[in-house]
Design a protein around this ligand. Structure first.
Ligand SMILES: Cc1cc2nc3c(=O)[nH]c(=O)nc-3n(C[C@H](O)[C@H](O)[C@H](O)COP(=O)(O)O)c2cc1C
Length: 209
């Protein structure tokens, strides 16, 4: 359930929060609602390559602790550390995604059949590096959306890139050949206000042509 529907507040007052109320838990039901909203994010040909490991148990946090470098406060106090992976075999879900679109009357069957052929060729013939790039872009989009959705639910987050990628994948049984770690997002009830941070002005970073 949304606690906050004020978009300006959600956006402008989001800050990286690194210390959380340790007594605040997010139920699996609520976490699933948060993720269901987050995955409204767009993805390349809607293949939704993001995969999440929600580390919420003591045992899970324990496993993560040696792998997250200087980010132990988030691990120790958050309700969960959400590890986001990009699945390089995301086309395995192509039939499910496009088939459901047909069932729901959102896509003509012929379009789906034609897309399955051309996407099948694309995924079969695209080098892994390119699939990795796509997974990282799509994973970044879902991570951002997750952070904003979290605020709507009354939680705060911190995107975390400082962790041992290959070891984290292995520790959580995610085959590193198939799953590219994108980032970790810690989530919980804020127990600090975080820092206000500076942004470059549009004139410094954008040009019109
Ligand atoms: C991809 C990525 C990786 C990051 N990694 C870390 C990290 O490992 N530890 C950390 O404390 N903050 C990390 N940050 C948070 C940034 O420091 C923070 O977003 C930035 O300073 C802007 O502050 P704000 O999030 O409060 O707006 C990361 C942010 C991004 C986008």
């Amino acid at each position: 359930m949304y606690q906050n529907n004020d978009f300006a507040d959600i956006l402008k007052n989001r800050r990286s929060i690194r210390v959380y109320d340790e007594n605040s838990k997010i139920s699996q039901e609520e976490m699933q609602a948060i993720l269901a909203d987050a995955v409204r994010a767009p993805s390349s040909v809607n293949m939704q390559p993001w995969r999440f490991v929600v580390v919420e148990s003591e045992a899970g946090k324990e496993k993560l602790r040696p792998l997250i470098r200087f980010n132990t406060r988030q691990n120790d106090t958050s309700s969960a550390m959400i590890i986001i992976f990009g699945d390089l075999n995301s086309f395995d879900n192509g039939e499910k995604i496009y088939g459901t679109a047909v069932e729901k009357g959102l896509m003509p069957k012929e379009v789906k059949e034609q897309q399955m052929v051309s996407l099948g060729n694309y995924y079969a013939n695209t080098p892994k590096e390119e699939l990795r790039r796509v997974a990282l872009i799509d994973g970044g989009l879902v991570a951002m959306q997750l952070m904003l959705v979290a605020r709507a639910y009354g939680y705060d987050t911190n995107p975390i890139g400082g962790f041992e990628r290959a070891e984290t994948a292995a520790a959580f049984d995610m085959d590193p050949e198939q799953y590219e770690p994108v980032m970790i997002v810690s989530i919980g009830k804020a127990k600090e206000t975080g820092y206000e941070s500076v942004r470059l002005a549009p004139e410094d970073i954008a040009r019109f042509e």
